[in-house]
Design a protein around this ligand. Structure first.
Ligand code: SF4
Length: 406
């Protein structure tokens, strides 16, 4: 059976990351998953990511118990289920971090920072905690939904990043160190380029990693950006995956169809979906989600502008036109036969099938699309039986299309 050996090292790396909060020696900053983590790390903060906790709640299916708690205290059950599951778990005093990493729960924040480049939901989510902990909070508000990110937008965001300096200095008790910031950005760039290299191995005929495994192996690029640990981890992962490509080893030998997954993972159903595609000899080789942590613009020689640009140019923050251009490139890069859009009930920000993109992209590329309704954490919005039937039918159609096409 095919396994990725680096998984053991991944466990170790993520375990050490969570244990770093346990000794309480360093100040803690909370940050959104595509927030300015490099700047925070340069001040010596341990950086904690509530979205990662939301994903854990989804993957362990404990979100289903915690969401009602947030609803009871006034959050709609139709807003981001990362938000509602995380707040609900906090109100219940529960966390999978206890069982998996021996932590009581989320570490107490000294500073909370969010970036609305992904959605406005994070603003309410993070402000809930700022009120609760009576903790300083700061937001970055970049322009949204642009075709192209130019100098005006980049300088605006770079200025907002710079405005964080006094806030970080006060919360950390340290002065800003430009050399340290440059070094953290350099490490972050190294890790993100390795992550890109790891994902690109899936372009091989026998892909050694697919979307479902990548959602697990992306842990360090989300929570450990800007550290040596992330660089070490991805060096090891890339080494293994590239060796597998050379030897023609993959998780599904000679897949009949190659799929692109758009939108959020359905965390509580990763295993079921992974098995379903494999049984149908289909490989989900690429995704918008995993590609969202490639920041190849990072440049330690110009850390403010390059991080501002990279964090504003992310897929989720772009216009439909820019998103489609990116998808077309990925279709070519990964030899895609079909795309599945996950229309996530509680995250319209990362659901791209609502304004005609599937039809437009099909007209432009000829690549068939299927829309699957579900959710990142709230499984009440996912009909398993119906989804299996629709996915299997779609894969069969793709397969016969490949046979009949000249
Ligand atoms: S992008 Fe979607 S899933 Fe992520 S925090 Fe925002 S609403 Fe929630």
């Amino acid at each position: 059976m095919y396994t990725i050996q680096a998984s053991a090292y991944l466990k170790e790396t993520m375990g050490a990351y969570f244990h770093s909060f346990a000794n309480g020696q360093n100040k803690v900053a909370w940050c959104t998953s595509v927030g300015p983590a490099e700047l925070l790390r340069s001040f010596g903060f341990e950086v904690y990511f509530p979205e990662n906790h939301g994903a854990l709640l989804g993957a362990t299916r404990t979100a289903m118990d915690s969401i009602p708690e947030a609803v009871k205290c006034g959050f709609s059950g139709h807003v981001c289920s990362y938000t509602t599951s995380d707040i609900g778990a906090f109100l219940q005093g529960q966390s999978p971090l206890r069982k998996h990493y021996g932590l009581e729960g989320a570490p107490r924040p000294d500073l909370i920072v969010y970036n609305t480049n992904q959605c406005r939901e994070v603003q309410d989510w993070f402000n809930f905690y700022a009120r609760h902990f009576q903790c300083p909070v700061a937001g970055i508000y970049p322009p949204r939904h642009l075709d192209a990110v130019g100098e005006a937008e980049t300088s605006l965001v770079a200025k907002q990043f710079k405005d964080l300096i006094p806030i970080c200095e006060q919360a950390s008790g340290r002065s800003f160190d430009p050399d340290r910031f440059r070094e953290v950005v350099r490490l972050s760039k190294e890790a993100t380029l390795l992550w890109q290299q790891a994902l690109r191995t899936a372009a091989a005929e026998n892909p050694p990693i697919g979307f479902f495994d990548a959602t697990i192996h992306m842990g360090p690029i989300v929570v450990l950006r800007g550290t040596v640990q992330a660089v070490d981890y991805y060096r090891r992962l890339v080494g293994e995956l590239e060796a597998n490509v050379l030897e023609g080893r993959g998780f599904l030998n000679e897949p009949v169809t190659r799929i692109f997954w758009d939108g959020m993972p359905i965390w509580g159903k990763l295993r079921m979906l992974s098995d379903l595609f494999i049984q149908n000899r289909s490989a989900v080789v690429a995704s918008t989600y995993c590609n969202s942590w490639i920041f190849d613009q990072f440049d330690e020689a110009d850390p403010w502008t390059s991080t501002a640009k990279a964090y504003t140019e992310i897929f989720i923050n772009r216009s439909e036109k820019a998103k489609m251009d990116m998808l077309v490139q990925w279709f070519e890069e990964y030899s895609i036969d079909g795309i599945i859009y996950h229309d996530s009930k509680t995250c319209f920000n990362n659901s791209n099938a609502r304004f005609g993109m599937p039809q437009q992209l099909r007209d432009r590329t000829g690549i068939p699309a299927l829309v699957v309704e579900g959710d990142l954490c709230d499984l009440r919005f996912f009909s398993e039986g119906q989804s299996i039937t629709r996915i299997e039918t779609f894969l069969e159609q793709l397969e016969s299309r490949k046979v009949t096409m000249p």
